[in-house]
Design a protein around this ligand. Structure first.
Ligand SMILES: *[C@@H]1O[C@H](CO)[C@@H](O)[C@H](O)[C@H]1NC(C)=O
Ligand SMILES: *[C@@H]1O[C@H](CO)[C@@H](O)[C@H](O)[C@H]1NC(C)=O
Ligand SMILES: *[C@@H]1O[C@H](CO)[C@@H](O)[C@H](O)[C@H]1NC(C)=O
Ligand SMILES: *[C@@H]1O[C@H](CO)[C@@H](O)[C@H](O)[C@H]1NC(C)=O
Ligand SMILES: *[C@@H]1O[C@H](CO)[C@@H](O)[C@H](O)[C@H]1NC(C)=O
Ligand SMILES: *[C@@H]1O[C@H](CO)[C@@H](O)[C@H](O)[C@H]1NC(C)=O
Ligand SMILES: *[C@@H]1O[C@H](CO)[C@@H](O)[C@H](O)[C@H]1NC(C)=O
Ligand SMILES: *[C@@H]1O[C@H](CO)[C@@H](O)[C@H](O)[C@H]1NC(C)=O
Ligand SMILES: *[C@@H]1O[C@H](CO)[C@@H](O)[C@H](O)[C@H]1NC(C)=O
Ligand SMILES: *[C@@H]1O[C@H](CO)[C@@H](O)[C@H](O)[C@H]1NC(C)=O
Ligand SMILES: *[C@@H]1O[C@H](CO)[C@@H](O)[C@H](O)[C@H]1NC(C)=O
Ligand SMILES: *[C@@H]1O[C@H](CO)[C@@H](O)[C@H](O)[C@H]1NC(C)=O
Length: 460
C-alpha cells in the first residue's frame, strides 16, 4: 500500500513536472492472490513474468498462501519478494513426492535462478511470514524418499535473504550456489520435532545451558533423533562468493551451514546453531574432484547440542585446496566433536572405507581455530543419524574426550593452528586430542598426539 502510494506519487510528480528532464522510474507492486483451498502457484507464475524487474511481489499479511506446487521465478532485476503472509506446502506427502520425481521439477520448491539485486524478505511479525513445510509428518514416518529441497537462490548477483522463517522444513533449506554478494541475515529455521515418543531433546531455549536427558529409552531417543537428523538436511548450503551470513537462528538436524566447493569470501557470524552437524566445510573432493574453498570466516557462534562444532571434511583422494579458513569465538555446549578435521571422509552407508589408490588429497592451508569455549559431550549416547554399527561419525581409537581431532594425510597440510581452546568434559575427565605428528608441519597449538590436550606456545 505504502509503496504503491509512493510510486504513484512519484509517477504523478514525474509526469507533472519532470517529464522531459528525468526518466520516470516506475515501480510495480504485485500482490499475490489467494484462492481458498486452491494452489496459489499457477496464478503467481502467470503474473510474475510481468514483475520481473523494478517490482515488489507481495505475499500479504493476513493470508495463508497455498504453495501446493513449486514456484520457479524468472530472472529478476531489482525485485523484492516480501513474504508477510504465511506460506504452506502441501500436507500430502505423496503429492510432493510425485512432483519431486516429475521431469518438470527444477530441484527446489522455491527456485530463484539468475538475476541482479534480488531481495527475499520475510516478516518480523511473530505470527506471520512463516513458511510451513509440515515436516513433522515426514519425520514421524522416517520418510526420506523424494524429499523436496527448499530454497534455491542461485546465480544471483547482489541479493538479500532476510527475516525468513521456516517452520518444520522437510529437507535441505537454502542453497546459494553461484551467487555473488548476498547478505543472509535474521533468518529463523525451526526444524524441531514435537513427537512426544522421544521428547525433550529440542525443547531447550537459547539460554538453557544445562543438561537435558530424556527419560525415555535410548532407543526412542535414537529413533526420534534419526527422524530429525535424517530429514532436515544442511540448512544453509553456501556456494558462491562474497556471502555474509549473520544473526541466523538454526535448529535442525544436519550441518548448520555447509560451505561447498567453489566458495570464496564467506563470512558466517553472530548466529546460533542447535542440534545439527556443525559449521562445515565440505565435503570436498569426492571421487577425486578438484575442490577449492577460500577465505571463510566463522565468528561469534553458539553451537548447542550439535554433533560437531567446527568441521572440515574432504574425501580421500580429492584434489584442490581449502585455504584461509577461520573459526573464531565459538561457544559450544554439549558437543562431542568441538573441532573435527578429516581428509578421510566417506559415506559409511555406501560400505566400508574405500582403499585410496592415490596419494592426492584436498590440501589444507591456513586453518585457524581460535577462542573455543565449552563442554565436550563425553557421556555415552547415540546420535540420531546413526543407523550403522559403528556409527558413521565413530572415530577409531577416539576416547570421546577429544576437543580436537586432526585426521590428516602427510604432506597435504600447512599452517593449522588451534589457539585459546578452553574446554572441559561433562564427566570431568581430562580433555584430550587426536593428532598424528607425521601429518603436520608446524606447531598446531597443542601437543600433536593421541592423548591429553596440552596447549603449546603457539596455542596460548
Ligand atoms: C502482462 O503484461 C501485458 C502487457 O501489459 C498484459 O497484456 C498481460 O495481460 C499481463 N499478464 C498478466 C498475467 O498480468
Ligand atoms: C528499472 O529501473 C531502473 C532505474 O532504477 C531503470 O534504469 C531501468 O530501465 C528499469 N528497468 C525496466 C525494465 O523498467
Ligand atoms: C535494488 O532493489 C531494491 C528493491 O529491492 C530497490 O529499492 C533498489 O533501488 C534496487 N537497486 C538498484 C541499484 O537498482
Ligand atoms: C495425495 O496425493 C496423491 C497424489 O497426488 C493423491 O493420489 C491422493 O489422493 C492425495 N491424498 C489426499 C488425502 O488428498
Ligand atoms: C503462520 O504459520 C505459523 C507456522 O505454521 C503458525 O504458527 C502461525 O500461527 C500462523 N499464523 C497465523 C496467523 O495463522
Ligand atoms: C514419532 O516418531 C516415531 C519414530 O519415527 C514413530 O514411530 C511414531 O509413530 C511417531 N509418533 C507420532 C505421533 O507420529
Ligand atoms: C574476495 O575478497 C577479496 C578481498 O576482499 C577480493 O579482492 C576478491 O576479489 C574477492 N573474490 C571474489 C571472487 O569475489
Ligand atoms: C583470509 O580470509 C579473510 C576473510 O575471512 C580475509 O579478510 C583475508 O583477506 C584473507 N586473507 C588472505 C591472505 O587471503
Ligand atoms: C581395502 O583393502 C583391505 C586390505 O587389502 C581389504 O581387506 C578391504 O576389503 C579393502 N576395502 C575395500 C573397500 O575395497
Ligand atoms: C593428483 O594430483 C596431480 C597434481 O595436481 C594431478 O595431476 C593428478 O591428476 C591427480 N591424480 C588424481 C588421481 O586425482
Ligand atoms: C588404534 O590403536 C591401536 C592400538 O594403539 C593401533 O594399533 C591402531 O593402529 C590404531 N588405529 C588407528 C586407525 O589409529
Ligand atoms: C612428507 O612428510 C614427511 C614428514 O612429514 C617428510 O619426511 C617427507 O619428506 C615428505 N614427503 C614429501 C614428498 O614432501
Amino acid at each position: 500500500m505504502h509503496r504503491a502510494f509512493l510510486s504513484n506519487l512519484l509517477l504523478s510528480y514525474g509526469l507533472l513536472f519532470l517529464q522531459n528532464t528525468l526518466p520516470v522510474v516506475s515501480w510495480s507492486t504485485f500482490i499475490v492472490s489467494h484462492t481458498a483451498g486452491q494452489d496459489d502457484t499457477p496464478a503467481l507464475t502467470a503474473a510474475i513474468a510481468n514483475y520481473s524487474s523494478n517490482s515488489t511481489i507481495l505475499f500479504q499479511e493476513g493470508v495463508t498462501y497455498n504453495i501446493f506446487t513449486p514456484i520457479k521465478f524468472p530472472t529478476l532485476t531489482n525485485v523484492e519478494i516480501l513474504i508477510e503472509g504465511n506460506l504452506t506446502y502441501p500436507t500430502n506427502i505423496t503429492a510432493i513426492q510425485d512432483i519431486v520425481t516429475s521431469s518438470s521439477y527444477s530441484g527446489a520448491w522455491f527456485d530463484f535462478t539468475g538475476g541482479t539485486n534480488v531481495t527475499l524478505q520475510g516478516s518480523t511479525d511473530p505470527n506471520w511470514g512463516w513458511i510451513d513445510g509440515h515436516g513433522q509428518a515426514w519425520w514421524n514416518i522416517n520418510q526420506q524418499t523424494n524429499r523436496p529441497h527448499g530454497w534455491a537462490f542461485s546465480h544471483i548477483t547482489n541479493g538479500v535473504i532476510r527475516d525468513l522463517k521456516l517452520w518444520k522444513p522437510i529437507g535441505w533449506n537454502f542453497a546459494t550456489s553461484g551467487s555473488n554478494n548476498v547478505h543472509i541475515y535474521n533468518n529463523i529455521i525451526l526444524a524441531v520435532s514435537d513427537n512426544s515418543s522421544a521428547f525433550p531433546f529440542n525443547t531447550y531455549v537459547l539460554n538453557a545451558f544445562e543438561l537435558h536427558f530424556p527419560s525415555e529409552s535410548m532407543h526412542d531417543l535414537a529413533s526420534f533423533l534419526f527422524s530429525i537428523f535424517s530429514t532436515v538436511m544442511g540448512t544453509f548450503s553456501a556456494g558462491g562468493s562474497n556471502l555474509l551470513f549473520e544473526n541466523n537462528h538454526v535448529e535442525n538436524g544436519d550441518d548448520c551451514i555447509t560451505v561447498g566447493s567453489g566458495a570464496i569470501n564467506i563470512t558466517v557470524k553472530n548466529s546460533y546453531c542447535a542440534n545439527g552437524h556443525g559449521l562445515s566445510i565440505g565435503s570436498l573432493g569426492e571421487g577425486g574432484a578438484v575442490a577449492d574453498v577460500e577465505n571463510v570466516l566463522f565468528e561469534n557462534i553458539v553451537m548447542a547440542n550439535c554433533l560437531y562444532g567446527a568441521r572440515f571434511k574432504s574425501w580421500t583422494g580429492g584434489n584442490g585446496v581449502a585455504r584461509n579458513i577461520t573459526w573464531k569465538n565459538i561457544a559450544f555446549y554439549n558437543v562431542p566433536f568441538p573441532i573435527y578435521v578429516t581428509q578421510n571422509y566417506w559415506d559409511q552407508e555406501d560400505g566400508p572405507k574405500p582403499n585410496s589408490t592415490t596419494l592426492n588429497n584436498t590440501h589444507i592451508e591456513d586453518f585457524l581455530f581460535e577462542n573455543f569455549v565449552g563442554t565436550v559431550r563425553d557421556v555415552p549416547y547415540v546420535e540420531g543419524s546413526c543407523v550403522t554399527d559403528p556409527c558413521w561419525y565413530a572415530v577409531t581409537n577416539a576416547t570421546g574426550k577429544e576437543v580436537i581431532i586432526l585426521d590428516l594425510y602427510p604432506n597435504t597440510t600447512s599452517n593449522i593452528l588451534a589457539k585459546d581452546i578452553f574446554a572441559k568434559t561433562e564427566t570431568g575427565a581430562r580433555v584430550s586430542a587426536m593428532c598424528d605428528p607425521t601429518t603436520i608441519s608446524n606447531d598446531v597449538g597443542f601437543v600433536c598426539q593421541d592423548g591429553p590436550f596440552i596447549p603449546t606456545k603457539a596455542g596460548l
